[in-house]
Design a protein around this ligand. Structure first.
Ligand code: IPE
Length: 272
């Protein structure tokens, strides 16, 4: 199917593959390649239809377990500084390994990527991090830029911290030109549910606005960057500037195609 991007008003699509989609969050370094491959096929389709794509991915069990153990998101701690230094190195190399799985999967699907690890271009954490984003703007014929949540340096006493892919999404979505769709792919739900997805009777919220409430189940034992709450908050910031901001079930990635081709699908559309 050709979506005729030239005739549509959706030239740039930014996709975040959540760590909960692409890894088994409870098992150290366990990638879920079948899920990655399914997303890669859809990215290929977007590219073939002329869209510019930017890919961001999370860490899941390639980052959170070790980062949490050594409190990396809290920054430098002199009592455990040696262990932290080792953990910074290990988390970064684990993230490189996870990234390699994804890049290879994309390559197999016919999508060439250029990897841009945040440790090389970003300083600081949160939505206000510093870093040059211009290199993410490129001709759709060039390789797809791909980046991810990472351990980055900070410019204060904390020395380092964890920059979440969700915060990178906000900056990319709000600063790149012509972004019309921004998608957060989840691993455990159709979108944002009215209560934790594993609770019986959980119902999908087809739209969500920042004044609406929902009950969340953030598991601080596993997730150090903030889980669904962070995603929803970031998505809501993006919705100020971008028309189509969605939380989707990444195990059914064709729903991204529904959004760019007809502006609707099963999932949660985040409204401003
Ligand atoms: C976290 O990035 C990065 C590290 C823990 C190194 P994200 O916040 O984007 O990751 P997920 O999507 O929650 O796994």
């Amino acid at each position: 199917m050709h979506l005729m991007a030239t005739m549509s008003n959706m030239p740039r699509v930014i996709v975040k593959l959540g760590g909960g989609l692409i890894t088994d969050k409870s098992l150290y370094r366990q990638v879920r390649l079948d899920r990655v491959d399914a997303v890669s096929a859809v990215i290929r389709e977007l590219k073939d239809s002329g869209y510019s794509v930017i890919i961001v991915h999370g860490a899941g069990s390639f980052g959170h377990l070790e980062a949490r153990k050594w409190k990396l998101s809290e920054g430098y701690n002199r009592d455990i500084s040696k262990e932290q230094a080792n953990a910074v190195t290990r988390v970064r190399s684990d993230m490189d390994d996870l990234n390699e799985y994804i890049v290879k999967s994309l390559m197999n699907a016919g999508v060439e990527c250029e990897v841009m690890p945040p440790r090389k271009w970003a300083t600081g954490v949160g939505v206000e991090f510093q870093g040059e984003l211009d290199m993410f703007v490129r001709d759709p014929a060039l390789p797809v830029p791909i980046t991810f949540g990472d351990v980055v340096e900070t410019s204060d006493d904390t020395r380092f911290g964890i920059l979440s892919g969700d915060h990178i999404m906000v900056r990319l979505a709000c600063e790149m030109p012509d972004v019309s769709a921004c998608v957060f792919l989840l691993g455990d739900a159709d979108g944002l549910m009215d209560r934790p997805p594993d609770e019986p009777g959980a119902v999908l919220l087809p739209t969500w606005k920042s004044d609406q409430s929902f009950s969340e189940s953030h598991n601080p034992d596993i997730d150090i960057t903030g889980g669904i709450m962070l995603k929803v908050r970031c998505a809501s910031l993006i919705a100020r500037d971008v028309e189509h901001v969605w939380l989707l079930d990444g195990t059914v990635p064709r729903r991204i195609i529904d959004i760019v081709s007809r502006g609707d699908t099963v999932g949660t559309r985040i409204l401003h």
